[in-house]
Write a protein that binds this ligand. Structure first.
Ligand code: PEP
Length: 433
């Protein structure tokens, strides 16, 4: 072989090993928008790369320490928030509603698990959505599908991806994060009065007797914290909240990535935690390439479609040193959980891989009912129950839960104690109750 050929072989080998925040661009990537104006895209990436980071590396390292404790069973992880943030719904009231719902849910988890809770809000970055199809038909017109406010606009006449939307999203993220940080640093669990908080939610939901009874019990637990004079205890009062989102739009994630000046490690400073979606976890694609180089803890969404060895390859690629507190496997399997999860747990155990197991009972349970995306509370609960049961049987640790949730009135989740959509009631009764 001539010198030239060796040189080319060397470059090919190196391109598989060398990582830069841009190296994902050498790989195919699913779900990314096809920007037309490359000059504008480059300008936006440059502008974002000079903006202040939204989070900083010591905070990200702290989250990794907490995730390590979760792996050891000393803590529990709670992730939750909007399906997608939008420009239209951005308001302080919305942020406060979601924050309050998040904190109340945390208190429920604290009282039920007796563990410290690590909190990751799906907020300040959850702007881009993967879609199964790239186009849709609206009123007989075929248009590119809407992929979230960071990528394109809901208006069907204006669906071309626009790089500038990343800057607008960044600005909204910084406003949201600013309020979340202020709320959580001035917050005391022991000071919460649920009656004051109630007024911001739907009032008729509180007319349900069992819910009222439950909230009274919750208030009693809060009163106990208060009467025990735990005001100065960091654990009780520190509502440290981390942020997380699907790192789908790699142009944005790359532009928000910073090299730590003390350690030379790279951190994606768009959020403390970023995850790879079920539709973008292909081993040889751009998302895995980008995620393997950042020092943030990483989530991998997995459905029943993943093969056990595929999962092992993915974990080893993303965490070659098998560090603890690094990988969260977020299973979202719907009715397939009992067929699929046990084998995955077995192979991860056999290979001695360090992971946190998290249950997302939302994304495997979507159904289209009368043309509307719907999830039934009963299905969600069933997946959570199975997740815990399977882990108890295997002797492994169910480390956390990942929910789509909102303080607003949405139609997506129905069932449970509160049948929001009466027209679905009959369907529910026939099929579920
Ligand atoms: C999501 O969490 O918003 C999502 C789309 O998840 P998944 O990749 O699991 O479908």
């Amino acid at each position: 072989m001539t010198f030239n050929k060796w040189f080319i072989v060397l470059i090919i080998i190196k391109s598989g090993i060398c990582w830069t925040p841009h190296s994902w661009k050498n790989k195919p990537s699913s779900q990314l928008p096809k920007y037309r104006n490359f000059q504008k895209l480059e300008q936006v990436e440059t502008i974002l790369s000079k903006k202040p980071p939204l989070v900083i590396s010591p905070e990200i390292d702290n989250l990794r320490k907490e995730l390590l404790e979760i792996e050891q069973g000393q803590r529990f992880l709670f992730m939750g928030g909007d399906c997608a943030e939008t420009f239209r719904e951005h308001s302080s009231q919305n942020i406060i509603n979601n924050y309050q719902l998040f904190i109340l849910s945390t208190i429920i988890l604290m009282t039920q698990t007796g563990k410290k809770i690590t909190k990751i809000a799906r907020a300040a970055g959850q702007f881009s959505k993967p879609r199964s199809d790239s186009v849709e038909v609206v009123n007989g017109l075929q248009v590119p599908v809407y992929k979230g406010d960071m990528i394109n606009r809901e208006d069907k006449h204006n669906r071309q991806p626009d790089p500038y939307l990343m800057i607008r999203a960044y600005q909204q993220c910084s406003e949201t994060l600013n309020l979340i940080r202020a709320l959580s640093s001035s917050h005391k669990y022991s000071n919460i009065n649920i009656n004051d908080w109630k007024t911001d939610f739907l009032s008729n939901i509180y007319q349900i007797d069992s819910l009222n009874e439950f909230l009274n019990q919750l208030q009693s637990s809060i009163n106990l914290l208060s009467s025990a004079e735990l005001e100065n205890s960091g654990n009780i009062n520190n509502a440290q909240l981390y942020t997380g989102h699907e790192g789908m739009l790699l142009h944005y994630e790359q532009a928000m990535t910073r090299k730590d000046r003390f350690t030379d490690k790279y951190y994606d400073c768009s959020a403390h935690f970023v995850w790879i979606g079920e539709r973008t976890r292909q081993l040889d694609h751009g998302h895995v390439e980008f995620f393997r180089g950042i020092n943030n803890p990483i989530g991998i969404k997995i459905s029943h479609k993943i093969e056990p060895w595929e999962l092992v390859d993915l974990i080893i690629t993303l965490n070659p040193k098998n560090e603890q507190g690094k990988i969260c496997l977020i299973s979202r399997m719907g009715s397939q959980i009992e067929n699929s999860l046990p084998d995955l747990i077995d192979i991860v155990q056999q290979q001695g891989l360090n992971v946190v197991w998290v249950c997302d009972p939302m994304h495997g349970n979507g159904k289209i009912v009368e043309g509307i995306k719907t999830r039934y509370y009963e299905d969600i609960l069933k997946e959570v129950d199975s997740f815990f049961e399977i882990h108890y049987q295997k002797g492994t640790i169910p480390g956390g839960i990942h929910l789509e949730m909102t303080g607003n009135d949405v139609t997506e989740c129905i069932g449970g104690k509160y049948l929001v959509k009466q027209k679905n009631k009959q369907f529910l009764q026939q099929n579920y109750l």
